[in-house]
Structures are given as C-alpha cells and as structure tokens.
Design a protein around this ligand. Structure first.
Ligand SMILES: *Cc1c(COP(=O)(O)O)cnc(C)c1O
Length: 358
C-alpha cells in the first residue's frame, strides 16, 4: 500500500525532464550563454571553503549589498532560493485553503503550481489578442477570495511589457487589501521607463520580484529577491525555509552585483539580437509577439509541438507551450543563426503553416 498523499495534488502535472539531445543548442530556458566572471568564480570558491558552516539565514551581507545597489532600506528586501521560491512564499503568506490567486495566462508556469500546492485556487485570465496582460479582465476577476495577483512584466513566455501608465492605473484600481506581486525577472532586458521599485512608495500592497538567474547569469546558483513594505518582508520571513539561500549563492550574488556594469552591458547585445531574430522571422511570415525580454514568442497554436519537435531534431531546443506557442531564448549570434536557418527553411514554414507555401 502506498502512503496517503493529498489527492488534490494529482491535478498538478508531474515534472517531466526535457529530452536530452547531446550537442544541441539550448534556447529553451532563458539563460545567458556566459559562464561566471572570474570575480564571481573566485567568490564562489572562497565560499566553498566554509561549506561546513551554515549560511547566514538573515542574508545580511547580500541584503546590505542589494540595499546599497537599489537605494532601498535593508528592511524592505528579502532574499530567496531563486525568485520562484519567493513566489511560493508570497502564496503561503497570503492564502489559506480556497483563497484565490489571479494571474494572466499564459504566464510563468510556476504560478499555478505554487498556488495549488498551497491549497489556493489559481484564477487564469487570458492574455489579450497581442499576447499581453488584460489588466481590465484581471480587475474583473477579483472576488472576495482574492488574496494575491501576479503580474509578470515582461511576461514569460510572451515577452510583452506594460507601460508605466497602464500598470499604475491597474495598481490604483486594485483594492489595497490584495497583494500585487510584480515579477520583474526580465527587468534588465526591458528598455522602458517602468521600474517597479519606483512604484513601491505609498503602496504597501505591492511587492517587486527580481532574480540573479537571468541577466546576472546565476540560474544554476539560485538567488532571487523581493522588495516591499517592511511589514510584508517580515511576514515573508515567517514562511521562509530556513537556510534555503545557501552560502555559495549569497557570495556569488554579492560578487555579481559588484560586476553589474559588466553583466548588464551584455544585455545590449541580447536586445540587438532579439530585434534581428524578430525581424527575420516576421519577414518570413511568422507572427512574433513584441518582446521586452531575452526571448521571442511565436503563437503557432496547434503547430507549436510539431515545430518544437522538428527544431530539436535540427539541433535547436526551444520551449513549446501546448497548443499556444513556442518560446525561443535569444542566444549567441551563431546560435540564433542556427535557429533562423531552421525556422526560415521551407520545410519548417510548412510545419508552422506560415509564409509563402507552395
Ligand atoms: C525565470 C523566472 C523567474 C525566476 O526564476 P529563479 O531562477 O527562481 O529566480 C521568476 N519569474 C519568471 C517569470 C521567470 O521567467
């Protein structure tokens, strides 16, 4: 007999590890292509020397470095084992059984999972026709059970971004007892005037999430952070899994902040490539969502899975989203060229049902 576990977890799909294609170009996870800078590697090595000691559960040095970098008091910052764990902490901090969490769909795949694991109810609000957040529909989805709203900006997987005015209007309309989590995992790739931190003033129901996994290149090391009113930060501490941000991660994040000029300069190259890939795809007849992140999204509908399967066979790994679309991370120019060679070929365009087909 198997032990009795929660029946409601059966509706959460089991994690399926990606098929491995040795030697394939990986454009599936929005990572950067560069390994750690020498200064970051050195900090990692030094932290390893202390591996017998517990990490600082208050993340004091990391939070001080973030406070200094962001110009925000330390009491307004929390660290987590990747910002996905902060998403989970936010649900635990706001929801009990049956409470509702509103988010756009499609959006970050972790939102429904962390919601259901906490016993809360995911409320998915369809994107607009141009693949962005439908903020009016999200407002209309609020009920007296709503406790938390995720707004992913730029949105993963579509890349679309809100304007500052759109977001401010939304925040002003959300009842102040409902927490809004603005997930800015791709903030560093967004060249708009929208910086969530500037909206925190006088909004104790707003929390901004950022991560070292994307532009800072530490996806394998796991550090994210939240910026919010100090009362919310204190509450997050209560649901935080003790010592989950390990010492190597804290040291690597601090060293990466010290190298932020060099790391952020790389985002310009990604953005130039993003424009090149988008233009080439559009010229070939593809619809491409307007992206403010380090990936592009093709709404291929039912052709999404066959497209991604053919791409894998051609040596380029992408991320399909059921019958909605595929997301392609912007990599190095030669990697993007390999993807474009695949996508622009006549065979592929007939799979995708786009462009001039004979
Ligand atoms: C990648 C990503 C995150 C962060 O992931 P971590 O590696 O856990 O920091 C958070 N939100 C979105 C939308 C993402 O795409």
């Amino acid at each position: 007999m198997t032990p009795r576990t929660r029946a409601d977890l059966e509706t959460i799909p089991a994690y399926v590890p990606g098929k491995s294609y040795p030697g394939a170009i990986k454009l599936a996870s929005n990572e950067t292509t560069h390994g750690p800078l020498p200064s970051v590697r050195k900090a990692i090595e030094e932290a390893v020397d202390q591996a017998n000691r517990y990490p600082d559960n208050g993340h004091i040095a990391l939070i001080a470095a973030l406070a200094d970098y962001l110009g925000v008091p330390a009491a307004n910052i929390a660290a987590g084992c990747g910002s996905v764990s902060l998403c989970q902490e936010l649900v635990h901090a706001t929801c009990k059984d049956g409470d509702e969490v509103v988010f756009a769909w499609r959006s970050f795949e972790a939102y429904p999972v962390v919601t259901q694991v906490a016993g809360a109810v995911p409320v998915r609000v369809p994107l607009t026709a141009d693949h962005g957040h439908d903020l009016d529909a999200m407002l209309a989805a609020i009920t007296d059970r709503t406790r938390l709203i995720f707004v992913c900006n730029p949105n993963n997987p579509t890349g679309t971004a809100l304007t500052k005015a759109e977001l401010e209007r939304f925040l002003d309309a959300v009842p102040p007892h409902i927490l809004v989590a603005l997930d800015e995992a791709y903030f560093e790739y967004n060249r708009s005037d929208l910086d969530g931190i500037t909206l925190l003033h006088d909004r104790p129901n707003l929390v901004v999430l950022r991560t070292f996994s994307k532009a800072y290149g530490l996806a394998g090391i796991r550090v994210g952070y939240a910026i919010a009113d100090s009362a919310l930060i204190a509450t997050l501490g209560k649901v935080h899994i003790t010592f989950s941000v390990n010492a190597v991660a804290q040291a690597a994040a601090i060293a990466s902040l010290e190298a932020s000029d060099e790391l952020l300069a790389r985002t310009d190259g990604v953005i130039a490539e993003r424009g090149r890939v988008r233009d080439a795809l559009r010229s070939a007849g593809y619809e491409v969502a307007e992206s403010s992140a380090n990936f592009v999204y093709l709404p291929l509908g039912a052709q999404s899975r066959p497209f991604a399967a053919a791409s894998a066979e051609a040596g380029v790994l992408l991320r399909p989203y059921e019958d909605d679309g595929v997301r392609i991370t912007i990599g190095d120019p030669h990697e993007n060229d390999a993807f474009l060679a695949f996508a622009l070929s006549e065979d592929t365009r007939s799979i995708a049902k786009v462009g001039a087909q004979r």
